[in-house]
Design a protein around this ligand. Structure first.
Ligand SMILES: Cc1cc2nc3c(=O)[nH]c(=O)nc-3n(C[C@H](O)[C@H](O)[C@H](O)COP(=O)(O)O)c2cc1C
Length: 387
């Protein structure tokens, strides 16, 4: 077993252990992948300020997200098809998150259903909703999330249509994979993955199959999902969903202060500054560069979280110092899941926690709630000067 000391170790193991089409699915951004790359590289442009001579005992990374106590301000983002990176991946990630003490978000496009995860998870989780044209499906899935005890609805607004990812088209991505010579050759070296998949019955989108009108097999599911993302999604629809849900609401996929204000006017409990991990509008600003104007606009009215590009605890620290109340991670835990299942997600959380705690201490702070702009150096023009 290799010694895993950083998220990139998990990424490399994930690449070796999961089928190419699923690793590529996680690793890609849309079109030229500029925004995908800059989400991570822009973090490196912010520097931390080392402080000395301060007492550093009794440190804490604990705080709250949506009023819920968390071991560190890092929630797991919704990731479609996590159950293809590792068999029953959503259940494994939910369990690892609950044991670590951070929130897990289940995607609409998950392999395990809301009910599957609720049956096996040790704690309430959050449910992420994609708004589909079929309002009956949307209402039913909201009701299912309520019945399963989900403690927040994360409403994703930045995917009214799907931006192209070259690798997914070239790999003919599907869940389960279609039989082909390339798939068989690929699986021959990923036998561990194959064996685990044979042991589970969960191989396709169980939130949807059997729950959407006319969707009872893979072929009908593919047709349905191609035409269902709702191009008519507007703020009135968001208000309708807020009312139907009636619980804690998180709006995900905001980059602009003006949109953040609309979301805050609707009474959202948190806003996630996110560009879908660089998978949607290629050419958009990275999330770390988009954060400060959103915090300035609505930070007094609602929690603002950053999602996108986080690969280290230092990145979490920088986001908090730039004004975020919390963060979300996608690929950082998915690499862990693809590498080592539940233990890999736990390892990813441990790595980020250790990096956050150590770096916070070396910045002279004892609590994540004390982090602020004094802890960082930000290059001129980083957040602005764009016309
Ligand atoms: C493979 C993959 C699948 C994703 N699926 C969803 C999804 O189903 N719903 C959603 O709201 N966001 C989805 N996202 C976006 C993540 O929730 C999150 O915004 C993104 O991963 C953050 O960037 P990071 O991976 O650099 O941390 C997905 C991201 C990845 C990498």
């Amino acid at each position: 077993m290799p010694i895993i000391t950083c998220i990139d170790d998990l990424r490399q193991l994930h690449r070796r252990r999961a089928p190419k089409m699923f690793f590529d699915y996680a690793e890609s951004g849309s079109f030229t992948e500029q925004t995908f790359r800059e989400n991570t590289t822009d973090f490196t442009r912010i520097r931390l300020r080392q402080r000395v001579g301060r007492q550093l005992d009794n440190r804490s990374t604990r705080t709250t997200m949506l009023g819920q106590e968390v071991a560190m301000p890092v929630a797991l983002s919704p990731v479609g098809m996590a159950g293809m990176q590792s068999a029953d991946g959503e259940i494994k990630a939910a369990r690892a998150a609950a044991r670590f003490g951070v929130p897990f978000t289940l995607s609409t496009m998950s392999i395990c259903s809301i009910e599957d995860v609720a049956r096996h998870a040790d704690a309430p989780f959050w449910f992420q909703l994609y708004v589909m044209r079929d309002e009956t499906f949307v209402d039913n899935i909201i009701d299912r999330a309520k019945a399963a005890g989900c403690s927040a609805l994360v409403l994703t607004l930045d995917l009214q249509l799907v931006a192209q990812r070259h690798k997914d088209l070239k790999n003919r991505l599907s869940a389960p994979p279609r039989p082909s010579v390339a798939t068989v050759l690929d699986l021959a070296t990923r036998w561990r993955w194959g064996l685990q998949m044979l042991r589970t019955r969960r191989h396709t989108f169980r939130n949807i199959i059997g729950h959407a009108k006319g969707v009872d097999d893979i072929a009908s599911l593919m047709n349905w999902s191609n035409e269902q993302f709702d191009p008519l999604l507007n703020w009135d629809k968001v208000a309708r969903i807020r009312d139907r849900w009636g619980g804690k609401l998180v709006i995900k996929g905001i980059l602009e202060a003006e949109d953040a204000e609309r979301a805050a006017d609707l009474g959202t409990d948190a806003i996630v500054v996110s560009n879908h991990g660089g998978r949607q509008l290629d050419g958009a600003l990275s999330t770390i560069r988009s954060l400060a104007p959103v915090v300035a606009a609505v930070g007094q009215r609602t929690e603002v979280w950053l999602d996108g590009g986080i690969r280290t605890g230092q990145d979490v620290l920088k986001a908090l110092a730039m004004g975020a109340r919390g963060t979300m991670i996608g690929r950082a835990y998915i690499y862990g899941l693809g590498a080592m299942g539940e233990a890999g997600v736990t390892r990813a959380l441990e790595i980020i926690h250790n990096e956050l705690d150590t770096s916070m201490a070396l910045c002279g702070r004892k609590s994540v709630t004390e982090l602020d702009r004094d802890n960082i150096l930000v290059p001129k023009g980083f957040e602005g000067d764009w016309q």
